[in-house]
Design a protein. Structure first.
Length: 195
């Protein structure tokens, strides 16, 4: 019985992953508006019933794709920052990891362009708050120690710095050099954490 449950769960997870992968590819190449659910299920090799078993509608599927991309960005940042790094160096290493993660094909479009347009600014902010911005807040708090920063001010600082990161990712995707933006972000961080 337990083996059957486990294999059912594995099949369900595989189906969900196939839908997410197919949807991601189509959302990146065609955009949200030009992607239809029949195209997604055809690309995944599944039925519409399978799609609607896992996702309420196309918007919910898009949100799941965006959520997964945001989680992958945060994981890349977290994996890049070793425990032995100073808080400042961890922030700078995390910044470079952010730029590297955002260089994944289609990620800028999903997270910074179509995401806010489809889901709205509040929902994208909530997704970001649980992922990359969370790691940024944690890093800033550590780097600013021993100063105690009001939680509201810390969150506002992370939101503003996050916007700078996002703008830099857009510029880098458009052809700017990552090194210039890494240096600019380093200058911003150094001014923020200066005692």
């Amino acid at each position: 019985m337990q083996r059957t449950r486990r294999s059912s769960r594995q099949r369900s997870d595989a189906t969900r992953a196939a839908i997410l992968d197919a949807a991601r590819d189509l959302f990146v190449t065609r955009g949200y508006a030009e992607t239809a659910t029949p195209d997604i299920v055809a690309a995944a090799g599944l039925t519409r019933g399978a799609l609607y078993h896992h996702f309420e509608d196309k918007k919910a599927l898009f949100r799941a794709v965006v959520e997964r991309e945001a989680r992958l960005v945060a994981e890349t940042i977290e994996q890049s920052t070793e425990a032995a790094l100073s808080p400042r160096d961890a922030l700078l290493t995390g910044a470079d990891a952010y730029f590297t993660a955002m260089a994944a094909p289609g990620r800028v479009r999903l997270l910074l362009l179509d995401g806010p347009a489809v889901l709205g600014a509040a929902e994208i902010a909530a997704i970001d708050a649980g992922h990359a911005r969370r790691t940024l807040e944690e890093g800033l708090a550590l780097a600013m120690e021993p100063r105690k920063i009001d939680e509201t001010v810390l969150q506002a600082t992370a939101i503003l710095l996050s916007a700078a990161f996002d703008r830099a990712a857009l510029e880098i995707q458009a052809g700017a050099t990552q090194a210039a933006y890494s240096d600019a972000i380093a200058n911003l961080i150094d001014r923020l954490i200066a005692q």
